[in-house]
Design a protein around this ligand. Structure first.
Ligand code: ADP
Ligand code: MG
Length: 246
């Protein structure tokens, strides 16, 4: 499934998100003012709280939709994935309930990747957020270098394929993904979560990022162990490669 939008869709969605965000900032601003009012009737306060939750969910939806369209200027540079994981650790921990521990394991002498770090950060955040929500007690993030054929569908299949890859595996010990859901978990708006905050866009966004970075995203799942593998071409072979995102 190709997720990266074409130019028309890109412009349309970007415009829509921009206008929606303007409307939502009015909501957030006036809600803040109204809720600061001390003498507010309890029923009115409860109603305002519900509107606030709705506005927050709508903003979240806009953020994820925004992540699906290409950034105006993606910043490509050499990225040390393990350093990036260290920086992101507090964010990852904020996704996890206290009973779930995050373990990070980086192999020695890993190569750099040539990527837009913002895309890597968005994709990993979505994958770790899911892992934390589904895990029973443990999420393991492991980074390995590998060479040869990559698993999964490459977006830019006409480009010469690099032989070296860096794979970031995110494994949780949760109940797993039922076989019947396996093919559609990447589809926009597919969710099995019953919480109001679920958008069903996290994996679509993560897959979109993988495609924009000339990488792949695949998963393996069974009861008690689910792994998502986010794979990026390594810097070794990327010195002269043209990025997918201008
Ligand atoms: N680690 C996981 N373990 C089990 N199911 C998962 C996992 N990650 C994703 N899924 C499934 O994929 C669905 C879509 O995920 P996502 O696109 O992130 O949307 P959301 O998190 O809003 O449900 C989830 O609702 C769930 O059914
Ligand atoms: Mg999600």
């Amino acid at each position: 499934m190709q997720i990266v939008p074409n130019d028309f869709q890109d412009q349309f969605v970007r415009g829509l998100v921009h206008r929606m965000n303007n409307i939502l900032s009015l909501f957030h601003g006036y809600l803040g003012l109204l809720m600061d009012e001390q003498k507010l009737d309890p029923v009115a306060r409860e109603g305002l709280n519900k509107i606030k939750d709705g506005a927050r969910a709508a903003s979240d939806l806009m953020d994820r939709t925004n992540a699906l369209v290409r950034p105006v200027s993606a910043i490509w540079r050499e990225v040390n994935v393990c350093d990036l994981l260290c920086q992101l650790r507090p964010t990852f921990e904020s996704f996890c309930p206290a009973k779930v521990k995050i373990h990070v394991d980086c192999a020695d002498n890993l190569p750099l990747v040539w990527a837009d770090p913002a895309r890597v950060r968005i994709a990993l955040s979505e994958l770790v957020q899911n892992a934390c929500e589904f895990a029973k007690s443990r999420v393991t993030i492991s980074v390995r270098a590998n060479a040869g054929r990559v698993q999964g569908e490459l977006f830019n299949s006409s480009a010469e394929q690099p032989e070296h890859w860096l794979t970031i595996g995110i494994t949780d010990d949760g109940a797993g993904i039922p076989i019947e859901d396996g093919g559609r978990i990447y589809h926009p708006f597919f969710t099995t979560k019953r919480t109001k905050s679920a958008t069903g866009l996290g994996l679509t966004v993560a897959m979109g990022c993988a495609q924009q970075l000339n990488g792949t995203l695949v998963h393996r799942s069974r009861k008690g162990e689910t792994t998502f593998e986010f794979t990026l071409p390594s810097r070794l072979e990327q010195q002269n490669a043209k990025p997918a995102v201008a």
